[in-house]
Design a protein around this ligand. Structure first.
Ligand code: GLA
Ligand code: ZN
Length: 669
C-alpha cells in the first residue's frame, strides 16, 4: 500500500513525559506551542513501563500521553520501545543479551544491547509491537512509526554463531566454496565441518579491537554483512507487524553516527519508507562533515529525509561540550534542511532530571524558563520553519557529481593489514567531498549500485573492493562519456577480499590506463612531494608507483627514488575520461586535481564565485528554486553578487548583502 507523506514540516523531537508528574504535562505543551513545535516522538524507551512483567501489559500512561498530544494537535512519531530491554527479561532469558567481541555477555544496565538472533528477544519484541500497533495503529495523529532506536553493534553469541553458519551455507553452499572464498589454505585454516566455523573474537580471528584487524578478512567481512542483515531482519519483523495495523503510515528507524560502520544503510534503505537520521556534529568537526552525512542520507533514497534527532543545546557525551554560539544552533539545523531534511527534530524536548543524560540539552531545560537564550533560539527557528517549511517540504536536490561510499569497502579497507596502519575510510572520502563542498558544487553520495549515467562525474576514492560486474559498469560509464576518478588502494580485491592478480588496480586498469607496481608507505611526520607544473604539494599516507599504459601524467613525484614518475594521471577512454590519484594529496594538491576535473566536466558552483558561505539548492515540485545560503562560521560574510536581487523567504525581504555570523538566507528569484 502506498504510504502517506508526512502531513507537514515537523518541528519537535523526543519527548519522555513519563519521566515527570502528569500535572506538568499541560505546561510542557504550552511551552512547546510558544516555540511553534508541532510534533513529538514518544515511547522510544518505555518497554519496562509497558510490560512490567512478561505478558502483563499496561498502556494506561501511554494512552494518556497520546491523548494529551493529540488534543494539542501534535503530530506523533510513535516509537516501538524495543531498543532497551526491561530487567526481568535479562533475568528470565539471559540469551536476549548481546555477547561482545571479548566473549562477555551483557547484563542488565545499558540499552541497545539485544542479540538480533535471540528467538526470545524476537518473540518478546514482536509481542510488544503487536500490542502497540493494534492499539494505536489507527490513531490519526501518528504520522510515522519509529522502530527500535539507532541499530548498531554486533553480537558474538552462540545463537549468532549458529545463524551465521546457516547464512554461510546459503551463501557458499559447500565448504569447498567457503574455503576458497576465504582463502583458508593459509596458516592451516581449512574448515572441514560447518561447526568448526568460529565467529570473530579477540582471541580468534583478530589481533586488534573489533572491526579494525583480522586474520581472515573474508570471514570478518562476511560476519559484518551477516550482523547488519540480522538487525535488518529485526527491523523488517517489526515493520511487518506495524503494517498489518497501520498500512499507510510511513515506517522508519533512525540512522546515526558519522556514519555508523556496523549497519549497511544502503542495504537497509529500500526497507525504509523515509530515511531518518540523528545528527550530532562534534564541536570540533568541520562543517563539511555533517554536510556529507546529510548528502549521504538524502541519496539513500534520492528523497528528502527526517532529521530525527539533533541537540538544541549541548550534548552530554562529548569529552567537552562548548555551548553553541548565538545563532549556531539555527544554522546547524538549517544546514540539514539545506541538504534535504524535511523535519527538524531534537533530542530532546524536555531535559531529564536524572540518569545518564541529565546534562543533555533540551527545549525545556531544568530551569523550566522560556526567557533563556537557548529557548529563544528554538522559538525563533520554530517561527522560521512555520514560514518556510510548507514551501521547502518535498523539494529535492539535483547533483551532477557523485561520490561513491560503500559499506563493504568501509569494512574491508579498514581490515587491511599492511602498507600503513592508518587506513581509515571516512577521512579519505571526506578529502574528496570537501573539495566539492568548498566549491558549492552539489554532490550526491551514492552506492556502487546507483545509476552512474545521471552524473557527469563519479568519484570513487579508495575503491579497494570491486565486486563482480562493477569494473565493467565503470568502464561502460566512462566509454559512454562519463568522467571517473579513483585513487590509490583501488581495484585491489573481490567481494571476499581476495586480490585481483595481474597488477593493480585490477578491474580498473583498463579504464584508468595505469598499472601500479608498488606502494610506498609515508610514515607519520613525513611527506612526499608531488608537483603540478612548478607547484609542489605534500602527499601523505602512501604513494603508488604508477606505470602509465595509455594514461598521461597530470602530476609527478619530485622526491624519493620514484621522483619523475606519475603521481596523478588522466586517461581518455571511449568518449569519457578517468583520473587516477596515486597518493593522499594535501588539500591544495587535491584541489589542483579537482579544479582540472571540474573544468573538464564544465561544473559550476552554486555561488557563482569563490565564497566560504555554504550554498545549496532545493527545487520544489513546481520547479521553484530555493537557494540556501549558510554562514557556517562565527563571523560575517558577504552574499555572492549573483544573489543580490533575490528574495529571502525567511525575512520576506530582498536578500541582505551581508550574512552575520551563523546567519542563513533562503533565497528565491
Ligand atoms: C542518541 C539516542 C538518543 C539520545 C541521544 C543523545 O542519538 O538515540 O536516545 O541518547 O543520542 O545525544
Ligand atoms: Zn547473538
Amino acid at each position: 500500500m502506498k504510504k502517506k507523506e508526512l502531513p507537514r514540516f515537523l518541528y519537535g523531537g523526543d519527548y519522555n513525559p513519563e519521566q515527570w508528574p502528569e500535572d506538568t504535562w499541560s505546561q510542557d505543551i504550552k511551552v512547546f506551542k510558544q516555540a511553534d513545535i508541532n510534533s513529538a516522538t514518544i515511547n522510544v524507551f518505555s518497554w519496562a513501563l509497558l510490560e512490567p512483567r512478561e505478558g502483563k501489559y499496561d498502556f494506561s500512561k501511554l494512552d494518556r500521553i497520546v491523548k494529551n498530544l493529540s488534543a494539542a494537535d501534535f503530530d506523533i512519531v510513535m516509537a516501538t520501545s524495543t531498543a532497551a530491554m526491561p530487567a526481568w527479561m535479562f533475568k528470565k532469558y539471559p540469551d536476549v543479551a548481546r555477547v561482545d567481541y571479548q566473549g562477555r555477555r551483557h547484563v542488565f544496565g545499558q540499552r541497545h544491547n539485544f542479540c538480533p538472533n535471540s528467538a526470545n528477544y524476537q518473540r518478546l519484541a514482536s509481542d510488544l509491537v503487536e500490542k502497540l500497533a493494534a492499539r494505536y495503529g489507527d490513531n490519526p495523529h501518528i504520522v510515522a512509526w519509529h522502530i527500535n532506536n539507532e541499530y548498531g553493534g554486533n553480537c558474538y553469541c552462540d545463537n549468532c554463531a549458529a545463524a551465521f553458519r546457516q547464512w554461510l551455507k546459503d551463501r557458499y553452499q559447500t565448504l569447498d566454496n567457503l574455503n576458497r572464498a576465504w582463502n583458508m589454505n593459509v596458516w592451516s585454516h581449512t574448515i572441514y565441518d560447518w561447526d568448526e566455523i568460529t565467529v570473530p573474537n579477540e582471541l580468534g580471528d583478530a589481533w586488534g579491537p573489533e572491526g579494525s584487524e583480522t586474520i581472515v578478512a573474508g570471514l570478518s567481512i562476511d560476519y559484518l554483512r551477516f550482523q547488519s542483515e540480522s538487525m535488518q531482519k529485526l527491523f523488517k519483523m517489526e515493520k511487518a507487524i506495524i503494517e498489518k495495523h497501520a498500512p499507510s503510515i510511513p515506517v522508519t528507524t533512525n540512522f546515526h553516527s558519522l556514519p555508523n560502520k556496523m549497519v549497511d544503510y544502503q542495504a537497509w534503505a529500500k526497507d525504509q519508507d523515509i530515511i531518518s537520521y540523528d545528527s550530532y556534529p562534534a564541536y570540533d568537526m568541520p562543517t563539511y562533515h555533517p554536510a556529507f552525512l546529510y548528502d549521504l542520507m538524502r541519496t539513500l533514497k534520492h528523497q528528502p529525509f527526517m532529521l530525527m534527532e539533533s541537540t538544541p543545546a549541548q550534548v552530554n557525551w562529548q569529552p567537552y561540550s562548548p555551548l553553541k554560539r548565538p545563532g549556531q544552533m539555527r544554522a546547524t539545523e538549517l544546514q540539514a534542511v539545506a541538504h534535504g531534511a524535511d523535519t527538524v527534530q531534537f533530542f530532546q524536548l524536555k531535559q531529564a532530571t536524572g540518569g545518564s543524560e541529565k546534562f543533555h540539552g533540551a527545549v525545556i531545560a531544568h530551569s523550566g524558563r522560556t526567557d533563556t537564550r537557548a529557548f529563544k533560539e528554538v522559538a525563533r527557528l520554530g517561527q522560521d520553519l512555520q514560514k518556510v517549511g510548507p514551501t521547502i517540504k518535498g523539494s529535492n536536490s539535483q547533483a551532477r557529481v557523485a561520490i561513491i561510499f560503500d559499506w563493504s569497502n568501509f569494512w574491508s579497507f579498514e581490515y587491511v593489514d599492511g602498507i600503513t596502519k592508518d587506513l581509515q575510510y571516512v577521512p579519505i572520502i571526506l578529502d574528496y567531498y570537501r573539495q566539492f563542498y568548498e566549491r558549492n558544487i552539489p554532490t550526491d553520495v551514492i552506492s556502487v549500485d546507483d545509476d552512474f549515467s545521471q552524473y557527469d562525474l563519479v568519484v570513487a576514492p579508495v575503491l579497494y573492493m570491486v565486486k563482480p560486474g562493477l569494473g565493467t559498469k565503470i568502464s561502460r560509464y566512462v566509454k559512454d562519456g562519463g568522467h571517473f576518478m579513483t585513487s590509490f588502494m583501488s581495484g585491489m580485491v573481490d567481494s571476499s577480499d581476495n586480490i585481483y592478480t595481474g597488477g593493480y588496480p585490477g578491474p580498473l586498469k583498463d579504464v584508468t590506463g595505469v598499472w601500479v607496481e608498488e606502494s610506498d608507505a609515508i610514515v607519520p611526520g613525513k611527506s612526499t612531494k608531488v608537483a603540478f607544473g612548478d607547484h609542489e604539494y605534500d602527499a601523505h599516507l602512501m604513494c603508488d608507483i604508477i606505470h602509465p599504459e595509455g594514461a598521461t601524467p597530470l602530476a609527478k613525484y619530485t622526491s624519493e627514488f620514484y621522483a619523475g614518475t606519475p603521481a596523478v594521471t588522466e586517461n581518455q577512454y571511449g568518449k569519457g575520461m578517468a583520473w587516477y590519484v596515486g597518493s593522499r594529496l594535501d588539500h591544495d594538491g587535491l584541489s589542483r586535481v579537482i579544479d582540472h576535473a571540474v573544468d573538464q566536466c564544465d561544473l559550476h558552483g552554486l555561488a557563482g564565485e569563490d565564497s566560504d558561505l555554504e550554498v545549496t539548492k532545493r527545487v520544489t515540485k513546481d520547479g521553484q528554486e530555493l537557494y540556501f545560503i549558510l554562514n557556517m562560521r562565527n563571523e560575517a560574510r558577504s552574499l555572492p553578487a549573483k544573489f543580490k536581487d533575490y528574495h529571502d523567504l525567511l525575512t520576506g525581504e530582498t536578500a541582505q548583502p551581508t550574512l552575520q555570523a551563523w546567519n542563513v538566507e533562503i533565497l528565491t528569484k
